[in-house]
Design a binder for this molecule. Structure first.
Ligand SMILES: [Zn+2]
Length: 76
């Protein structure tokens, strides 16, 4: 009967269960801006929850794309 040559170290044995507790996070798409967001939580991109604006969201200048910069310059 085949027998393992050496005892598996604690570290090597425990590595098998290292990822057991990791649960992939579920996400849904926001109905107003259709970006991926956590369900049952206010959308971090547009501040909507159940179709109602709950939180005002500021857009940082670094995050705003070149299209927003053009729009801002036209408005002035
Ligand atoms: Zn949204």
């Amino acid at each position: 009967m085949p027998v393992p040559k050496r005892k598996r170290s604690r570290t090597r044995r425990d590595k098998r269960f290292a990822n057991k507790g990791i649960i992939p996070q579920t996400f849904a798409h926001c109905p107003s801006c259709s970006k991926p967001c956590v369900p049952h939580v206010v959308c971090q991109f547009c501040g909507h929850y159940k179709g109602v604006q709950v939180v005002k969201v500021r857009v940082k200048k670094a995050e705003a794309g070149p299209k927003d910069a053009i729009l801002a310059s036209v408005k002035k």
